[in-house]
Design a protein around this ligand. Structure first.
Ligand SMILES: [Fe+2]
Length: 357
């Protein structure tokens, strides 16, 4: 295959993946009943309606504006839906449902910008010299951004009452074979997080400025803690046993009268018997570390930052060396057999609430 044909093929694959990512986010929003779109399931976040516009405006601002220089057709929406950041200064957002545009207006905006973007991408498909020189990276960014939001929206939708969502028809029934847990010893060594500021590879803004730290020796389990294990912890009184918690975690539990992870559900949901746990850090610090009396990652992870460093050290450290691997599995580029890249298998599954114990 010639260079031109390869370039066209590569662009075509990216366009296809963008279309698939749109289908994923569209399908996720279809779970919600009309009245749910103006809810704010998490106090610190925007109302759901913001994200409906945000995933589209992000693509438009990045691709429509920067990659193709297309003419703006709805500047106020481009700006309104541009940023999904937490409120500044620790306060909670105070906007009201009436402050936001209607779904019909956002749908119109979405359709119009997708049509324009698709024809610009189609033109660039046939003429690889068209569009920004970094077009493929920009497409990758748009795809990853949308799928990241699909995942975070899925856990936001968990927080909505069941009657705000529509039943999902599915025959899926997840079950896994029983796994053998064991502890793996990780020797003391370095962990480097993030990319150097001048690294030309793509990185999100919070991944810049590499930081190398020494991580003390610790043990970590070979598998994630399972829903079954966490359910046992809850059922055996883990949320009433002060000695299992850090001072900060216990204060948080007391203050909020927490009796189980915030969306740990064991009930019949949409006709499916399911059991799902999503834990906050404090739940995890207590529940994952002590119920079996073993020394787990929490021995060095007294904070989220320490936990990240320890997990990074376990994933990237080369045994008996201060070297670090390019990827947790070695140096080969990411591929489906190494992990769930592009969140391909996860977002909708989470939304369906059908994990089984
Ligand atoms: Fe975003």
């Amino acid at each position: 295959m010639g260079a031109l044909a390869t370039a066209v093929r590569t662009r075509h694959d990216h366009h296809l993946r963008l279309i698939q990512a749109r289908a994923t986010s569209d399908e996720l929003f279809q779970i919600l009943r009309d009245e749910a779109f103006y809810e704010r399931p998490i106090a610190e976040r925007h109302r759901v309606i913001f994200y409906l516009g945000h995933v589209e405006a992000f693509d438009w601002n990045l691709l429509g504006q920067r990659a193709f220089g297309l003419r703006r057709f709805h500047s106020s929406f481009d700006q309104l839906f541009a940023f999904g950041i937490d409120p500044v200064g620790g306060g909670l957002p105070t906007d009201q449902p009436g402050d936001w545009p209607s779904r019909a207006e956002i749908s119109e905006y979405k359709l119009h910008l997708r049509t324009q973007l698709d024809s610009a991408i189609d033109r660039a498909l046939e003429h690889p010299s068209e569009g920004h020189p970094q077009l493929l990276t920009m497409l990758d960014t748009a795809i990853e951004h949308r799928l990241m939001h699909a995942e975070t929206l899925a856990y936001m939708f968990h927080r909505l009452p069941v009657d705000k969502k529509k039943p999902v028809q599915t025959q899926d029934h997840w079950s896994t074979s029983r796994i053998q847990h064991r502890l793996v010893e990780i020797p003391e060594g370095p962990a480097t997080l993030g990319l150097p500021a001048d690294d030309s590879r793509f990185g999100w803004d919070n991944e810049r400025c590499a930081l190398t730290v020494r991580v003390p020796a610790f043990s970590i389990e070979n598998h994630n803690v399972s829903n079954r294990q966490f359910m046992h912890f809850v059922q055996n009184g883990g949320y009433r046993e002060r000695s299992l918690w850090t001072s900060e975690g216990w204060a948080w539990r007391e203050q909020n009268a927490i009796e189980h992870p915030v969306f740990c559900i064991a009930a019949e949901i949409f006709g499916i018997i399911g059991h799902v746990c999503g834990t906050a850090f404090a739940d995890g610090a207590a529940g994952l570390c002590k119920p079996c009396g073993s020394i787990r990652v929490c021995k060095v992870a007294r904070s989220k930052a320490a936990e990240r460093r320890a997990i990074h050290r376990a994933a990237y450290g080369v045994p008996d060396s201060d070297e670090q691997r390019g990827y947790p599995w070695g140096e080969q580029p990411p591929a489906p057999q190494f992990g769930n890249f592009d969140f391909a298998h996860f977002a909708l599954r989470r939304a369906e609430l059908t994990l089984t114990v």
